[in-house]
Design a protein around this ligand. Structure first.
Ligand code: GCO
Ligand code: MG
Length: 402
């Protein structure tokens, strides 16, 4: 079997998605997601100009060899653009392997470890009252786990709190909007949200929260402590993880479980956090962490240290990523949870898929491969649009993390 054609399809049915399609001389093809939010076209160039030409004529069944060729062969290892491009191809190759075998991807990985994959939804409101109402809606939909984010008095607009409730996180067309941020105001407000949520709903549901890299280590330690009475499932991205020693600090002060890693792209980003047992959940994805082939290594290393997976699943990754992640989650022994921000109807139409939601769980489906396809005709109706998530400035104008 030989690869005879590779292409990339960029479509924007709400958000921009970069999709890899690999075709073989036997008519079987595979689909992969290579979306890198806000830097989509850099990945397109990496794929078209540098990786696709090397794939023509190769046997698509040699996934490991192709992965090593793309990673070692480039000399320039790691990095979000490189790893998203490798990830997109790797996912497509696993899709092909599943289709040849006539087996769903989780069977190739080692079979099912669970029936369904517990997911968390996103509830957000302009204030505590609205957030409480939004959490109630997710509970009514059957969710067992809900991430709660609320607007903060005195901060006019916060990334993570949008007007669109069920199909959260539209990106703004054009250049990034600028928000204003105050960690002090946020720190005073957030424990009150969780106090209200536990008062109203009790302790039956898992609650999660994302600080989106906006705290210093000492602030993170304080927030973790303040949230302890509300027993969060996790507190996410309290500080940027470039300096991983920060986590030693935070860890010594709080028993609130910590999650990090949605911007990680390699096992080397994880090693210290795992081996020193500084985190509880790893948030990387099959797309940004170099595909199933590399993410599997990350999960295996995590397992040695009792770290569980909590794959990133935002609406800026396509249903192809979600499909592949769900097969991975169905297999991986040290599974924790899967993020599930619902895609818009247009996005779901462009990417027909076999997975389904029921009572707080997503089910991967039994179609061969990862079970997600792309309707190319429909995709062509939604051309790329320059769009970004916002940036943040402190109240005095200093550029800050968003
Ligand atoms: C999450 C994330 C996302 C990211 C987005 C960046 O926890 O889902 O924080 O909302 O901000 O994916 O591209
Ligand atoms: Mg996050």
């Amino acid at each position: 079997m030989k690869i005879i054609n590779c292409k990339v399809i960029v479509t924007c049915p709400g958000r921009n998605f970069v999709t890899v399609k690999i075709e073989t001389d036997e008519g079987v093809y595979g689909i992969g997601d290579a979306t890198l939010n806000g830097r989509e076209l850099a990945v397109v160039s990496y794929l078209e100009d540098h990786l696709f030409p090397c794939l023509i004529g190769r046997d698509p069944q040699q996934i490991e060899d192709i992965w090593q060729y793309m990673y070692r062969g480039a000399y320039w290892r790691r990095g979000p653009v490189t790893m998203a491009a490798i990830g997109g191809i790797d996912i497509a190759l696993w899709d092909i392997k599943g289709k040849i075998a006539g087996l769903p991807l989780y069977e190739l990985l080692g079979g099912r470890s669970r029936d369904g994959v517990m997911v968390y939804g996103h509830a957000n409101g302009v204030d505590i009252e609205e957030t409480v109402d939004e959490v109630a809606k997710y509970i009514d939909l059957g969710y067992k786990a809900i991430r709660a984010q609320s607007g903060v008095p005195g901060i006019p607009s916060i990334y993570g709190v949008t007007e669109d409730k069920m199909f959260y996180e539209p990106a703004d067309e054009g250049l990034p909007a600028e928000n204003v941020w105050s960690t002090e105001k946020y720190m005073n407000h957030t424990p009150k949200l969780f106090e209200k949520l536990r008062e109203k709903f009790g302790f039956e549901h898992h609650l999660l929260h994302d600080a989106h890299h906006r705290l210093t280590p000492i602030q993170a330690a304080r927030l973790g402590k303040d949230l302890e009475p509300y027993r969060l499932f996790w507190l996410e991205d309290v500080v940027p993880a470039e300096n991983q020693e920060n986590f030693r600090w935070i860890r010594q002060h709080t028993t609130t479980p910590l999650a990090v890693g949605e911007v990680f792209n390699s096992i080397h980003d994880c090693q210290q956090l795992f081996s020193e047992q500084l985190i509880d959940y790893i948030r990387a994805t099959v797309v940004h962490a170099g595909g199933i082939t590399h993410f599997r290594r990350i999960a295996n290393l995590a397992d040695l240290y009792n770290v569980r997976t909590g794959c990133h699943g935002p609406t800026d990754l396509s249903p192809v990523c979600m499909g592949a992640a769900l097969h991975f989650d169905t297999w991986v022994p040290n599974f924790g949870i899967q993020e599930y921000m619902r895609h818009t109807e247009q996005t779901d139409e462009v990417f027909p898929h076999d997975y389904s939601f029921k009572d707080g769980y997503l089910y991967a489906g039994s179609a061969p491969g990862h079970g997600v396809d792309i309707d190319e005709k429909l995709a062509a109706r939604y051309p790329y649009k320059r769009a970004y998530l916002p940036v943040n400035r402190l109240e005095d104008g200093t550029l800050y993390n968003w």
